[in-house]
Design a protein around this ligand. Sequence first.
Ligand code: SAM
Ligand code: SF4
Length: 335
Amino acid sequence: MSTPLIDPFLRPISYLRVSVTDRCDFRCVYCMSENMTFLPKKELLTLEELDRMCSTFVRLGVEKLRITGGEPLVRRDIMTFFRGMTRHLESGALRELTLTTNGSQLGRFADALFDAGVRRVNVSLDTLDETKFADITRWGRLGQVMKGIDAAQKAGLRIKINAVALKGFNEDELFTITEWCAGRDMDLTWIEVMPMGDIGNEDRLDQYWKLDDLRARLGERYTLTDLPESTGGPARYVRLEETGQKIGFITPLTHNFCESCNRVRLTCTGELFMCLGQEDNADLRAALRNHPESDAVLEAAIRSAIERKPKGHDFDYSRQTVDGRVSRHMSHTGG
Ligand code: SAM
Ligand code: SF4
């Protein structure tokens, strides 16, 4: 293996999140507008390019790959890509291959994902109420996601539920969702809504439910024990002593988590974002497409991008306005 990727703040970069499409079969209100214009196909990295890109990162020391989007499982033939990554799991270079999905296609792909070496999947789900689910996702059907979760568990995949904490929307489901996850042996992580992209009329400040508040409410019913573990990311975890379950909190806004950041993000068009909350990025697609003969230029472009990884993001709601907003949608960078 070549020299590992270390950023200017001495953080080793071992985790790559890859958005494989900007398209989705849902239109979640905090993520997309109803009438999205998606990128033309030629802008996207092909499956072969995705393989070459990810393999290069693995050679440079990336040990964990998370595939996301948009909805990764609506990308045509995406299982070809997953199966391609299996060789890096088998060689031991890659420690984990995983994905974040809305769950709608898990019924079709759960077994194939397991066969490709995926063991854990994050499923995004903000409510257990069918009507509210249809409202928040605009196009989604809760029943289909539930079938997907069933299929995934049956296939042997471990599921973590990710829920966006939304004031006035799922506050009243805090305990129902917690107990549902406990009953199905699934961990649960709450995410603060972030100021990504222009999504029309939805008002971020109205939606924003502080996780400190959510945590305090959980504490009224359960005994919370802080867990020391960190995945190098924004999540902090507690254990609920009564259920034994692990609950995560992703709080980019109320707490800064950047000092231990070990990750970078690749968009579906091959731009590398060194920080989710900053605009600076590197065009790796050009380095890859213009140099089919070898990966040397691509490797150099990756190294030079990592040298520009910023210390942290600037999201801030504390002044009652949305500061540090970034213009791109979460579905472009990959959540
Ligand atoms: N479609 C897949 C899914 O929904 O899991 C993967 C992509 S989605 C962009 C990844 C995660 O980002 C989801 O858990 C979603 O809830 C979250 N997300 C989207 N927009 C967000 C926002 N503005 N603030 C916080 N989380 C957001
Ligand atoms: Fe699609 Fe995921 Fe965005 Fe919802 S959060 S619109 S499922 S990409």
